[in-house]
Design a protein around this ligand. Structure first.
Ligand code: NAD
Length: 241
């Protein structure tokens, strides 16, 4: 079940459409539950608690962004961690800190899996993560620290971003700033994983200026067609598990 709080638009967004298509393809029953945009936090929590108790529901997702009057942390905390197929509940995030098996946020998991497909050994690598969100940047950094990579996290407060990104053997970018990472910011031969999804007049683009960075990178993921579809696949895998 995907819980969307908002108007009809919230229930027809691209992400929900791709969830619907992907679940249908593998035979998972999928339902969107839409609650009005002005729903109180208590009513959203009650709905989640009912879904937690419903034995016919195996996985629950909460569509983001939530309307501004709802505190996302409080809403997420009311999810049953065992039904948290997106891996966003604090208990699942805590498993990453401890390095014990839990559920990794789908997007972070997808990005790290794409990195693994390079067959680079993480130990000793310089990894730079641009973006420090709870569900993307921070978990990616922790996952690679566990494998003894040297990890730097950059964000909006970073002075001289380029001085960091230029050192990266592996560069993860999740900022929501179209084309933030340019050719001169990337070390030749680096693996570049672009997590950004930005709607622009030119269509869907990532946070990396793909056409120029591909000329220096050793590996690079495109947008669309890179991290996005792998994220959906991880979501399905989590649901089955
Ligand atoms: P967010 O929007 O919560 O935070 C943005 C992060 O980028 C923050 O850490 C901020 O400090 C940093 N940042 C912003 N501008 C910056 C700048 N100029 N220089 C350096 N750092 C800067 O992040 P999020 O939710 O992780 O989303 C990031 C991007 O990833 C968005 O484009 C989002 O659409 C995309 N995303 C993709 C998927 C997927 O499945 N591929 C899933 C989730 C999010």
């Amino acid at each position: 079940v995907s819980l969307a709080v908002g108007d009809e638009d919230a229930a027809s967004c691209v992400y929900l459409k791709s969830q619907k298509k992907a679940t249908a393809k593998v035979g998972i029953d999928f339902e969107v539950q839409l609650m009005p945009a002005d729903s109180s936090e208590a009513s959203v929590v009650r709905r989640l608690e009912a879904l937690n108790r419903d034995a016919s529901v195996h996985g629950i997702m909460i569509q983001r962004p939530l309307p501004g009057h709802l505190n996302p942390s409080e809403v997420i905390r009311s999810l049953d961690p065992a039904k948290d197929v997106e891996g966003v509940h604090p208990e699942n995030l805590g498993c990453i800190v401890h390095g014990i098996p839990g559920r990794i946020p789908c997007t972070a998991d997808a990005a790290v899996r794409l990195f693994r497909s390079t067959n680079l050994a993480p130990k000793g690598l310089e990894v730079v993560v641009v973006g420090h969100s709870e569900i993307v940047g921070k978990p990616i950094a922790l996952l690679l620290v566990h494998e003894l990579a040297t990890v730097t996290i950059c964000h909006i407060g970073t002075n001289d971003l380029k001085s960091h990104t230029r050192r990266a053997d592996v560069l993860f970018v999740a900022t929501g700033v179209p084309g933030l990472v340019r050719r001169e910011m990337v070390k030749p031969g680096a693996a570049v994983i672009d997590i950004g999804i930005n709607r622009t007049e030119a269509g869907l683009v990532g946070d990396v200026a793909f056409d120029e960075v591909r000329e220096v990178a050793g590996w690079i993921t495109p947008v669309p067609g890179g991290v996005g579809p792998v994220t959906t696949a991880v979501l399905l895998e989590n649901t089955v598990r």
